[in-house]
Design a protein around this ligand. Structure first.
Ligand SMILES: *Cc1c(COP(=O)(O)O)cnc(C)c1O
Length: 459
């Protein structure tokens, strides 16, 4: 068995957590309409809801926060971030944003017109929703193996290049204002994309004069996978790999709450001066001036330091090693997960774990609810609650190919014994999985329904 890697840090500040009683958990769930997003965080014992903004900052980041320059325009903090941005990403222009979806919103508001098609390997939920909110149609062209949980392809996040080109030809490139790729592929298991595939994707987009944007929330984890899995990259530094990735693109957007290990922040970066002008105008209207973009100066400094720490070899070996350890322990105990383990999370295949629950009764929701009720663990459904939608023509429900529960690992937060506890709860749940029932939705909003939907158990 692969051991848990020793943490390349020690702990000098603690935050108490506690497991409330089974009755209190039952009551909390009823109050929350069985939506885990509606729970009070203090009623959660092990919170694997997301790795977004939940990481532990280092002493260097906290020190940088004290140096934050809160000038409205042209703050030192901005220039420190610009320096880091230049070294890692190398785009001509960037604006800070308060998080990833703000960058997506700005980009979509400028480039997406009704009827536009935006391809990607797989859009994440906020990107998907921001494109739809502007009347566009997000399309996923990930390789078919991404949907085969047991396929151990080392780059299961790859774009299906033929599918992408066929889509562009069918749509007409004039109806594709920009194209994306998500690294790593969060919605498809945190699976990496190879550098060769990123290059081929870039070539296809550019062949049709379509600007290529990288959703790079977890680019550092992706770089580590390239270094350890893709022939020819063993000897390159992670920074060199990052440089090589972003050279292929016309722009990128990032939620810094992921691989920049900050609690808030993001950016939108581009090469084109005219597009940058439009972005600046939109940013000033909605987020703030171009040198702070809705963040405090101190947030920019924490981001500048975190971007470098997130790309550190030892940190990433620990990070990816921890996720692999967790995945292997679940597999050993017969829990079906997407293999191989991704970067930031383990995705449990709820569709096959709870094969008796149909798509329409939300097997992922059922498993996520059970994990909380049994052990105070909070994960998140990534399946039909998040992605099922009626066909715009026929009105018939289109279900996603996989029903998953994502157990995301906050960065530098939980230790081996926390993860072992989660495995023990899974063992317990596995013993009575046949008794677990589905759910029905009582309320849902128009977009991103998983955040605020209310459910009732189908007992
Ligand atoms: C988190 C995430 C986003 C959105 O970022 P927020 O900071 O949550 O707004 C977009 N794309 C991917 C791949 C993500 O993981």
């Amino acid at each position: 068995m692969q051991p848990h890697p020793p943490e390349p840090f020690r702990i000098k500040m603690t935050e108490p957590i506690r497991l409330i009683s089974p009755q209190d958990r039952q009551e909390a769930m009823q109050k929350a309409g069985y939506n885990l997003f509606a729970l009070k965080a203090e009623d959660v014992y092990i919170d694997l809801l997301t790795d977004s903004g939940t990481g532990a900052m280092s002493q260097h980041q906290w020190a940088a926060i004290l140096e934050g320059d809160e000038s409205y325009a042209g703050a030192r903090s901005y220039y420190r971030l610009q320096q880091t941005m230049q070294e890692i990403f190398g785009f001509e222009y960037f604006v800070p944003t308060h998080q990833g979806r703000a960058a997506e919103n700005i980009l979509s508001s400028i480039l997406v017109k009704p009827g536009a098609i935006i391809p990607s390997n797989m859009h994440f939920d906020t990107t998907d929703a921001n494109i739809r909110a502007r009347g566009g149609d997000p399309e996923n062209c990930v390789i078919q193996e991404a949907f085969i949980a047991q396929s151990t392809n080392p780059f299961k996040g790859n774009m299906d290049i033929d599918k992408l080109e066929t889509l562009i030809q069918k749509t007409g490139p004039e109806n594709v204002p920009f194209g994306c790729i998500t690294i790593t592929n969060n919605a498809g298991g945190g699976q990496p994309v190879s550098l060769q595939n990123i290059r081929e994707t870039s070539q296809i987009y550019h062949k049709y004069h379509i600007p290529f944007f990288i959703d790079c929330c977890r680019y550092a984890e992706n770089c580590y996978f390239i270094k350890t899995r893709e022939p020819g990259y063993e000897k390159k530094s992670l920074l060199e790999i990052a440089n090589e990735i972003f050279q292929t693109a016309d722009g990128a957007f990032m939620s810094a709450k992921k691989d920049a290990i900050v609690n808030i922040g993001g950016f939108l970066a581009v090469r084109d001066a005219e597009l940058f002008q439009k972005i600046s105008n939109e940013l000033i209207l909605r987020e703030g001036f171009i040198t702070y973009g809705g963040l405090a100066g101190r947030d920019l400094d924490a981001m500048a330091v975190g971007l470098r720490e997130g790309l550190d070899d030892e940190y990433l070996a620990y990070r990816i090693g921890q996720t692999a350890y967790f995945g292997n322990r679940l597999l050993e105990n017969g829990i079906p997960i997407i293999e191989p383990a991704g970067g930031h999370a383990i995705y449990v295949d709820a569709g096959s774990f709870l094969a008796h629950i149909p798509h329409s009764e939300f097997p992922g929701q059922a498993l996520a609810a059970t994990l909380y009720l049994e052990g105070g663990i909070r994960g998140v459904e990534i399946g039909s609650v998040m992605f099922a939608h009626p066909d715009p023509q026929s009105g018939e429900m289109i279900y996603p190919q996989m029903e998953l529960v994502r157990l995301a690992l906050p960065r530098r937060v939980y230790t081996q014994s926390h993860l072992d506890y989660v495995v023990e709860i899974f063992k317990k749940v596995g013993q009575h999985r046949q008794d677990i029932h589905g759910y029905r939705i009582l309320y849902e909003p128009q977009f991103l329904r998983h955040f605020t939907a209310k459910f009732t158990p189908l007992a």
